[in-house]
Every structure is written in C-alpha cells, then in structure tokens.
Design a protein around this ligand. Structure first.
Ligand SMILES: Nc1ncnc2c1ncn2[C@@H]1O[C@H](COP(=O)(O)OP(=O)(O)OP(=O)(O)O)[C@@H](O)[C@H]1O
Length: 243
C-alpha cells in the first residue's frame, strides 16, 4: 500500500475556537475514503486544510511524500490535489464547455494567447462525455439543473488532472437516481486511478462508495475503519446518528 496523503497531528483554530484537534489521517493511493461527521464537526475545515484554502496551526500535511503544509492552494492543485465546493459557482453566462475551457487553457496548458484551442476544446468535450454532460455542451451554465451543476463542478475539478480528488457534498439535495449517477461517475474516476475523499451526509451513498470511513466529531477523529465497523461503533452512532 502506497500512502498518497498523510495528515499528521493537525490542529486548526479559528481565533479561540479549535475546529480540528490532533487529526491523524493516511490515505492510500487509489483509495475511496468517506469522511463523515455531524454538522460543524470539521469536515470542510479538514479538506480546506488539505487543499490549502486555509493554513494549519500545528501538524503537517504530506502529499506523495512531500510536505505541502505551507504551499498555496494553487500550488497544491498543480501538484495533483483537486476539490469540489459544496456550492458550485460556474460562470453563469458562459456555456458549459467554455466553463471548462477556461481552466484547461490557463491552468492546465498555461496558454494565454488562445493557441491550440482545438485541442483544449477536444479535451473539454471528452471531460463532458465522462461526466455524462455532453448533451448540455453549449447550454449556458446558468440554465443547468442541480445535478448538471454538480457534474460541471466535478468536470472542472477533474480538468486539473488530479491524483487526489476531494468532493465536498457533491450529492446534497439530489434525488436518489441522481445520487447514483454521481456515484457511478466517481467510481469510474476512481477506476481510472484517481484517489477520492468524499465528504457526504447521505449515508447510503457513503456506504456504497467508501472502502474506508473516517468519522469526525467536534474536530477529532472518533472512528476510522471499514464502513460496517465505523457504522456499528457506538460513539459514531451516538454522535452522528443520534442513537
Ligand atoms: N472561517 C471560519 N471562521 C470561524 N469559524 C469557522 C470557520 N470555518 C469553520 N468554522 C467553524 O469550525 C467548525 C467546523 O466547521 P466545518 O464547516 O468544518 O464543519 P463541517 O463538518 O464541514 O459541517 P457541515 O457538515 O455543516 O458542512 C464549525 O463550528 C464552524 O463554525
């Protein structure tokens, strides 16, 4: 087992409030990890720390055996860490494919002069196909449904060709059929070699997706293991399921 991501004794404070306390987490290359916990337990803060949206106060984060604790978010993205946001914010007046071509041109290919637009267009089309969004290629992003927005958000993250993809509630508010559609896409991305951390409240989805589940409560990991074992843990049931 090769470790892709290592989080060591991570502590994050907001003023006098400790949002994460002494968190240790290893994620293996190729793994599908579910991150659960009650509202306010620190899930988003943890992925913000990993992706570099916020800086940590103590501890260390290593990706592919390199310390990335002090790196800016865009540098972590370049190293292969991508994440989706709970609330997708595409450019509404631009078409779906244009929303993908912008990051592909400027971030991935480093083009600023519009050269090689055909190759970028082809890559964006291929991404939309993988996200089952081809039929909305030329639609303005502002006209997308919830599930289509989630797919575009995933496509945007995958455009950066990540080795680690962190999904923050990619299925919130979706119908059951749509949840399964997103899960199928995530499974395919994982099968193509992308390690995935999924933050999710929909337990059925987390159970179907995850090879391993980590449960956070009040900024601490209270359980880490096989999904059935974590769900059977009395502390998890009390904290997360209220039983
Ligand atoms: N920028 C911030 N400033 C101050 N407090 C913050 C900040 N970000 C998060 N917090 C606090 O840290 C705690 C953890 O929040 P976080 O959003 O990480 O929880 P979560 O588990 O993702 O919750 P949810 O499931 O509701 O999204 C909460 O008490 C929250 O209010």
């Amino acid at each position: 087992m090769t470790t892709l991501l290592r989080v060591e004794t991570l502590t994050k404070r907001f003023g006098g409030f400790t949002a994460l306390s002494d968190v240790n987490l290893n994620v293996a290359k190729g793994e599908r990890l579910g991150l659960i916990g009650p509202n306010g337990s620190g899930k988003t803060t943890l992925i913000n720390c990993i992706s570099g949206v916020v800086q940590i106060d103590q501890g260390a984060i290593a990706f592919e055996n390199r310390d990335i604790s002090a790196l800016a978010a865009y540098k972590r993205a370049k190293k292969g860490i991508a994440r989706t946001f709970q609330i997708p914010r595409p450019f509404h007046s631009m078409s779906v494919i244009e929303n993908l071509m912008v990051p592909l041109e400027y971030i991935v290919h480093g083009l600023v002069d519009g050269s090689n637009r055909n190759a970028v267009h082809a890559e964006a089309s291929e991404l939309l196909h993988r996200m089952r969004l081809s039929d909305r290629t030329n639609a303005p992003a502002g006209q997308l449904s919830q599930v289509e927005l989630r797919k575009l958000e995933l496509a945007r993250a995958v455009a950066a060709r990540p080795r680690l993809l962190i999904c923050d509630e990619a299925m919130a508010g979706l119908a059951t059929k749509e949840v399964h559609e997103i899960l199928d896409i995530l499974m395919e991305l994982n099968a193509s070699g992308i390690t995935i951390i999924m933050v999710e409240h929909i337990l059925q989805a987390v159970m179907r997706f995850s090879q391993r589940i980590v449960c956070l409560t009040a900024g601490r990991i209270i359980s880490d293991g096989a999904p059935v074992d974590v769900m059977a843990n009395p502390e998890v049931r009390r904290a997360y399921l209220g039983s």
